[in-house]
Design a protein around this ligand. Structure first.
Ligand code: ATR
Length: 273
């Protein structure tokens, strides 16, 4: 069978092998999907992926800390990967290595298909200015929100990212500047939750929000989601839908078949209570 892998360090926690095995079962395709732990740094990534290609690999998904290495390894880069400054997927075709990034489209598809939330005309708050937010920014902007505010602990990074985006609809600020602003959706793209921490945001940003979205997944009710719940936000979500939807994009890109996602999302979901 055709061979694929998730490459990262660590990779033992990755749900990608399970997700792609289920997609292969659903669509009746024969493929093998394994975990590959690559040493940190470009050389470690390259050695691991070169060896896998020598065994006939067709593609890899890429997770931390190798998303920048994957971009550097590619011979062709999509706009999404270029603008995110990171690749989460590669496809191999002889000497060609095509790179893309489906994290953002996975998020937008989850919002639309699974959360019933249409970004068009809405006020969006993105917390953070690292890889997760960079990947989400352009796919969100393409949905034509009323505006996107990027708020980050280090204000300069948020401002630089907003400027780089070159749209009057996107503005960058510090967390303290959020006082008095209101949003329809608040997305947490910081890594604070992974450390059990909370980005220092005013309670009032949730005042009229319909959805609070934690882009990480599998952490249950994080400090961010708890704050949103206490502020009365009617709908809470974590990134499990984003994960499965980006995998569906990946599967379609590699295999030319679009799997169903809803049942798998329900299966992988961790209760947010
Ligand atoms: P990744 O690429 O995984 O997003 P990153 O580039 O290190 O990781 O970005 C992590 C993001 O989480 C940053 O926006 C970081 O804020 P700074 O730019 O100020 O460092 C944010 N972050 C991490 N811990 C945080 C905390 N406790 N409170 C608020 N923001 C936090």
């Amino acid at each position: 069978p055709d061979r694929y892998a998730i490459v990262g360090n660590p990779v033992s926690q990755s749900k990608s092998p399970l997700i792609h095995a289920e997609f292969a079962r659903q669509t009746g395709q024969a493929l093998e999907y394994i975990r590959l732990e690559a040493p940190a740094g470009f050389d470690g990534f390259k050695a691991t992926v070169d060896a896998f290609r020598a065994q006939g690999a067709r593609g890899v998904n890429v997770t931390a800390p190798h998303k920048l290495d994957a971009l550097a390894y590619a011979t062709e880069t999509s706009d999404a990967a270029h603008l995110a400054g990171a690749a989460n997927i590669l496809a191999f075709d002889g000497g060609r290595v095509r790179a893309d990034n489906f994290d953002g489209v996975g998020l937008v598809n989850d919002l639309r298909l699974n959360q019933g939330f249409d970004v068009a005309g809405r006020r969006v708050l993105l917390l953070g200015a690292g890889g997760a937010v960079r990947g989400a920014l352009l796919p969100l902007l393409a949905q034509q929100p009323m505006g996107i505010v990027i708020a980050n602990r280090t204000e300069a990074k948020a401002r630089a990212l907003a400027a780089q985006c070159g749209s009057a609809a996107v503005q960058g600020c510090g967390l303290n500047d959020l006082d008095g602003m209101a949003f329809d959706i608040v997305l947490n793209g910081t890594s604070a939750s992974l450390a059990g921490e909370l980005p220092g945001i005013p309670f009032a940003v949730f005042g009229s929000a319909q959805l609070a979205y934690e882009m990480a997944y599998g952490k249950g009710l994080t400090p961010f989601l708890r704050l949103a719940r206490d502020a009365g936000v009617p709908r809470l979500a974590d990134g499990v839908g984003m994960l499965v939807e980006q995998a569906a994009e990946a599967f379609n890109w590699w295999r030319g078949a679009r799997p169903d996602t809803a049942a798998l999302i329900r299966q992988l979901m961790v209760p947010l209570a």
